[in-house]
Design a protein around this ligand. Structure first.
Ligand code: GLC
Length: 537
């Protein structure tokens, strides 16, 4: 099973991940095949032609494992199976085969920092006594205070509230995220061996890449230090994973979710014997301002150069506010700590900027990620009933943080009323989160083939990105421009110009406009909040 089932003759495709356009599938909300209101593998398989038509190179599927869904599936109860709500392992294997046949690679999501509290190991640890080998696989500790009634430390969970939860016999266990997500003890050789085996399990099934959840927080000693990011020993873990990935031909791509503010620390994960790429959250978080974006682009390239790793560019994912909403706000950056409810957004402005941002992002050097629904111009759904919100970020913040449900609403595919083709017409269930009525206009069917639609802009941009050898991995150079304009060339011929100012911008001398996010002005200038791909003269 070690041979790749994906036949690519061209040697340059061996390093496909350096230039790929990767589509993130949030499985619960992508397409529902069996009519229960929850997206599944059958739905995804039926929509592979859509993805192939979109012109993406790979899909990244968020955790599909059995899970009580305390954190949308990032609480994994069994790393070697598929949750029955999504389908079966045999179906996952079929999906991989069919995706490959359609020219689409498949990336799955591994969550090494923690598991579900329903995972067999944690259940055994709960049943075992203090100091037992079963508890050693996690971080069980005695509490402080006279009767151990206080948590071992004051460490706070990333989702809010204490990072320790007490069990029946009085000990406490560590969870950097929700209490239903106990942290593994990565100092334990059995944990390391287990994950190496899990990697092989999926890679043997033809998986082309692994997205590594919360990749920088595995190593910790919570009693000694409150610092859990980027601790000593983390790189050995990924060096050993890389050795495993490299036993496959071509090497399977390792993609880290590494949120680290320190650029040099970030780059260390991308050394030639570690991860292939990591998500560029600095760019994702940047506001719609030319100087800030220029800074993040320069910094990204500077940071990646010494390790010879390709940059990645991403505008959104299942954890952050959709960019149509974000770019329509007064403050356009993204930061988890600042997420609040009832922040007004001008969606028309946000949509216009999101179109421009897409052309900017897709033409930068390296790999590109898009999150499902981004290609339809969907906004964050902000008026969900509180009773429907599932995200622990909402619940653990006492509702101060609206949480991440708003970017996870099921996709509209067709039709004028909900579920907009998300579920089959004879469905017995309704979508697990309700879709806004106006998504009828944003459905795939409503946009496909419609000139000027959001979807057509994405299709056309992805097509050009795929066909033009100047795009994807490779060099870029800034062109002279007004301060509020970002203009760069990818070779002697291709350039991108994005106008973030309030005045029209003059394009550099060009032979042709390949694509623009909105029509150019009659005098050929680029309007504000717009972007154009041009052939230089
Ligand atoms: C990552 C995931 C996020 C999840 C968290 C804990 O950040 O993207 O959705 O909640 O890890 O696993």
């Amino acid at each position: 099973m070690r041979e790749s089932r994906f036949h690519v003759a061209d040697q340059t495709h061996q390093a496909w991940w350096r230039s790929a356009a990767i589509y993130q599938v949030y499985l619960r909300s992508f397409a529902d095949g069996n009519g229960d209101g929850v997206g599944d593998l059958a739905g995804l398989r039926s929509r592979l032609p859509y993805l192939a038509g979109l012109g993406i190179d790979a899909i990244w599927i968020v955790p599909w494992y059995p899970s009580p869904l305390a954190d949308g599936g990032y609480d994994v109860a069994d790393f070697r199976a598929i949750d029955p709500i999504f389908g079966t392992l045999a179906e996952a294997e079929k999906l991989i085969e069919e995706a490959h046949a359609a020219g689409i690679r498949v990336i799955c999501d591994i969550v090494p920092n923690h598991c579900s509290d329903q995972h067999a190991w944690f259940q055994k640890a709960l049943a075992a006594p203090s100091g037992s080998p079963e508890r050693d696989l996690f971080w069980f500790r005695k509490g402080r205070g006279e009767h151990g009634e206080l948590p071992p430390t004051d460490l706070q969970s990333i989702f809010g509230g204490p990072a320790w939860t007490r069990v029946a016999d009085g000990e406490w266990y560590l969870h950097l995220f929700a209490p239903e997500q106990p942290d593994f003890n990565w100092d334990h050789p059995a944990v390391r061996a287990e994950f190496e085996d899990i990697l092989r399990f999926w890679l043997d099934r033809g998986i082309d890449g692994i997205r590594i959840d919360s990749a920088a927080v595995l190593i910790k000693d919570p009693l000694v230090s409150d610092t859990y990011e980027d601790n000593d020993g983390i790189h050995e873990v990924y060096q050993s994973w890389r050795r495993i990935a490299d036993t496959y031909s071509p090497s399977r791509a390792l993609i880290g979710e590494v949120w680290l503010p320190d650029h040099e620390a970030f780059a260390r994960y991308l050394r030639p014997d570690e991860l292939h790429t990591a998500f560029n959250f600095a760019f994702l978080g940047a506001p719609w301002e030319a100087d800030k974006l220029r800074y993040e682009i320069d910094m990204t390239l500077e940071v990646h150069a010494p390790v010879a790793a390709p940059a990645t560019w991403v505008l959104s994912n299942h954890d952050v506010t959709r960019e149509v909403t974000r770019f329509g706000r007064e403050v356009t950056n993204f930061a988890f700590a600042d997420k609040r409810r009832d922040v007004p957004s001008d969606l028309a402005l946000g949509t216009r900027r999101a179109r421009a941002a897409a052309l900017l992002t897709m033409s930068l050097p390296g790999a590109y990620y898009l999150y499902q629904g981004e290609e339809l111009g969907l906004e964050e759904v902000e008026d969900l009933d509180d009773a429907l919100r599932e995200d622990p970020m909402f619940h653990r913040s006492g509702g101060v943080d609206p949480g991440r449900d708003g970017c996870r609403v099921p996709l509209p595919w067709s039709g004028s009323t909900a579920p907009f083709g998300f579920s089959p017409s004879d469905a017995t269930g309704t979508p697990w989160l309700p879709q806004p009525a106006h998504w009828a206009e944003l459905s795939v069917a409503a946009q496909q083939g419609v000139q000027g639609s959001f979807l057509e802009l994405y299709c056309e941009a992805l097509r050009i990105r795929r066909e033009d050898p100047a795009l994807g991995d490779g060099p870029m150079r800034w062109l002279e421009s007004e301060p509020h304009v970002l203009a760069f060339a990818r070779d002697d011929s291709f350039a991108n110009v994005t106008n973030l100012g309030t005045e029209a911008a003059v394009l550099p001398p060009h032979r042709e406009v390949l694509l623009s996010s909105v029509p150019l002005n009659e005098d050929g200038t680029l309007p504000p909040d717009a972007s154009a791909w041009i052939r230089l003269a």
